[in-house]
Design a protein around this ligand. Structure first.
Ligand SMILES: [Zn+2]
Length: 350
C-alpha cells in the first residue's frame, strides 16, 4: 500500500478506481502449464477497509465460488470505498479434481500460515498469506459442509473480539457459533495478524444450495455496508437477529445400516425427539436415533448409508431456544429459493 492507496498484489499495481484480474503464481505442478491463484481486485476511488473474500479453500466446496461470482456482478460493489480482494478458487488443485485436498493429500485449512520452503500445500498457504492477507484489513472465508453433509447457513467466528462480533451480527444469518480456531486454519493465521475474519458455512460440497448462496451474497453485502465500503440497501430487508449458540454436539450412529432421516436442516428439536431411523440392509432390524438435547439441527449427513460411529446430526443449543427457532423461520421465508429473484437480482439455481 502506498499513500495514494494503490494496491500491489502478485507484483501488479492496482490504482484507485481500477478493477483487475491478477494471476498469482503458486507452486509448479508436474503438468506443462502453471496453476495460479486467480484474484479479482476492485480498488475503490476512495480509501477504506480492504476486505478479502475467499472460497474453495476446500476444493470441492463450491457454493462460495457462485457467491463471489454474483457479488462481482452486483451493481452495489461498483463504487467502493476501500478495496475488495476476491479469490473465488483458492485451492485450484482440489477444485480441478473435485476434491477437498491438494495433490499431496493435505488439507489447506490445516497448513496456514504455510511457508515458501514447505510442502505444496504449505506453499499455497504461504502465497495466500503474503499476497492476500497481508494486503487486507478484514476477511470472509466461504465454506460448505464436507462431502455428503450439509450445513444450515451459519457464521463461525471468535466473538471475544468486538470488531469480529459486530461483523458476525451484520452478516445476518440466524446461527452464529463462537468457534475456537483450529491449528493451521486460515482463521487462526489471520487472527494472529489481528485481522477480523468470519467463516461462513452453508450447504453441501459439490452442490449448489440456492438458500445458502443467497444468504452468502446478502451477508457479504451487509458486512461491506457495516464497514462503510458500500451504501446500505435502499429497501432494507427485515433484519434477522443472529443468535449465538452456547454449545454444539454431534449425534453419531450407534449401529450401522440404512438411514431414513425424519428431521430437516434448521428443525427445532426437543430432547428425545426422533431424528432418524437406522435399519438393517435386509430389513431385519430397526433402531431410532433420538436427540440427546433440545436445539436446532445445523448440520446433517446426506448419505443414507451409515457405519457405526458416523456423525449424523450436528445440533446447536441456545440459551433462547425459541428465539433461535423464530429467526430461522423468518430467514428461510425471506430467502425462499422458490422466489424468482434473489437479493443479488439473480434468478435461482434450480
Ligand atoms: Zn471447508
Amino acid at each position: 500500500m502506498t499513500e495514494d492507496h494503490t494496491l500491489t498484489i502478485g507484483g501488479t499495481r492496482v490504482a484507485p478506481g481500477e478493477r483487475r484480474r491478477i494471476e498469482i503464481e503458486v507452486a509448479q505442478p508436474y503438468g506443462p502449464s502453471q496453476l495460479t491463484l486467480s484474484t479479482v481486485i476492485l480498488n475503490g476511488r476512495k480509501p477504506g477497509p480492504r476486505l478479502f473474500l475467499s472460497a474453495a479453500v476446500h476444493g470441492d466446496e463450491i457454493n462460495g465460488v457462485e457467491i463471489i461470482r454474483r457479488l462481482l456482478r452486483s451493481p452495489r460493489v461498483r463504487h467502493l470505498r476501500g478495496a475488495l480482494l476476491a479469490i473465488p478458487i483458492v485451492n485450484i488443485y482440489g477444485f480441478m479434481q473435485q476434491s477437498r485436498y491438494l495433490p499431496d493429500r493435505r488439507d489447506l485449512n490445516r497448513a496456514f500460515p504455510g511457508s515458501e520452503r514447505g510442502s505444496l500445500t504449505g506453499r499455497l498457504a504461504g502465497v495466500f498469506m503474503r499476497e492476500v492477507v497481508a494486503n487486507a484489513t478484514h476477511g470472509i472465508d466461504l465454506h460448505t459442509a464436507a462431502i455428503h453433509r450439509s450445513n444450515l447457513p451459519q457464521i463461525r467466528a471468535c466473538l471475544d473480539d468486538e470488531r469480529t462480533r459486530s461483523l458476525a451480527e451484520a452478516f445476518g444469518v440466524p446461527v452464529v457459533i463462537d468457534a475456537n480456531v483450529r491449528d493451521g486454519s486460515l482463521r487462526q493465521a489471520v487472527l494472529e495478524r489481528k485481522v477480523p475474519m468470519l467463516l461462513y458455512e452453508g450447504g453441501e460440497a459439490l452442490r449448489f444450495d440456492e438458500l445458502a448462496i443467497r444468504a452468502g451474497v446478502r451477508g457479504v453485502l451487509s458486512v461491506m455496508a457495516e464497514l462503510g465500503m458500500i451504501d446500505p440497501p435502499r429497501r432494507p430487508s427485515t433484519r434477522v437477529v443472529p443468535v449465538v449458540a452456547k454449545s454444539t454436539i454431534w449425534v453419531r450412529a450407534d449401529e450401522g445400516g440404512i438411514l431414513r432421516i425424519r428431521k430437516k436442516l434448521g428443525a427445532h428439536v426437543q430432547a428425545g425427539d426422533i431424528l432418524a431411523v437406522v435399519s438393517g440392509p435386509l430389513g431385519d432390524r430397526e433402531e431410532t436415533v433420538t436427540s440427546p438435547t433440545a436445539g436446532v439441527i445445523i448440520g446433517r449427513t446426506e448419505l443414507p448409508l451409515v457405519n457405526e460411529g458416523d456423525a449424523l446430526f450436528h445440533i446447536a443449543s441456545f440459551k433462547q431456544q425459541s428465539k433461535a427457532g423464530r429467526q430461522i423461520e423468518r430467514f428461510e421465508a425471506e430467502l425462499d429459493p422458490d422466489a424468482t429473484t434473489s437479493p443479488s437480482g439473480e434468478p435461482p439455481v434450480l
